[in-house]
Design a protein around this ligand. Structure first.
Ligand SMILES: Cc1cc2nc3c(=O)[nH]c(=O)nc-3n(C[C@H](O)[C@H](O)[C@H](O)COP(=O)(O)O)c2cc1C
Length: 150
């Protein structure tokens, strides 16, 4: 969404006075806000479409039928990572936002009726000169801490 009206709809998931209010300015002041959604179920028709496409592309997957929600949400986080990297490559700032009311957004965008459920949002744009966070140093654990060589 890149219109004020669209962003106002997203803002219903981060309202004033709620635990998510700190994210309200991020939603309102971003250039674009994206909601990443997961399918609530994967029906036979969709599985057939996926399988046909992957077969056409030379792959023979065996997708897990169990724990579908966990699986679909993992796919969403792959897309999230790709958006964050892609935006950074283009010099666009991005903030992933988990701090919102997913039920409110699902209702506002009628996502359940589409077989979807919101998982995470991304606010995109260019940083404000007053953005204190942008001037803070990055904090990253060292490679020796997060990578174990075997
Ligand atoms: C899964 C996830 C959820 C996040 N949710 C929020 C959020 O709700 N609001 C927010 O301001 N930042 C959120 N962030 C962004 C972090 O606050 C941000 O990564 C942190 O400010 C450090 O910035 P850096 O990644 O540029 O070092 C989230 C980050 C991740 C990875």
């Amino acid at each position: 969404m890149n219109t004020d009206a669209g962003k106002a709809r997203f803002a219903k998931a981060t309202p004033e006075g709620s635990p998510y209010a700190a994210n309200l300015p991020k939603v309102k002041n971003a250039s674009h806000v994206v909601a990443l959604c997961a399918r609530t179920s994967v029906d036979d028709a969709h599985l057939s479409t996926l399988l046909a496409q992957e077969e056409k592309d030379g792959r023979f997957p065996t997708p897990e039928g169990k724990e579908m929600q966990a699986w679909t949400q993992k796919q969403v986080y792959l897309a999230l990572g790709t958006i964050l990297l892609g935006a950074a490559t283009l010099g666009i700032d991005a903030t992933p936002i988990e701090g919102f009311d997913p039920q409110a957004l699902d209702q506002e965008l009628a996502l359940n009726e589409k077989g979807l459920k919101s998982v995470v949002m991304v606010a995109l744009g260019y940083r404000s000169a007053e953005d204190f966070n942008a001037k803070l140093p990055k904090s990253r654990l060292g490679a020796e801490t997060v990578i174990t060589a075997l």
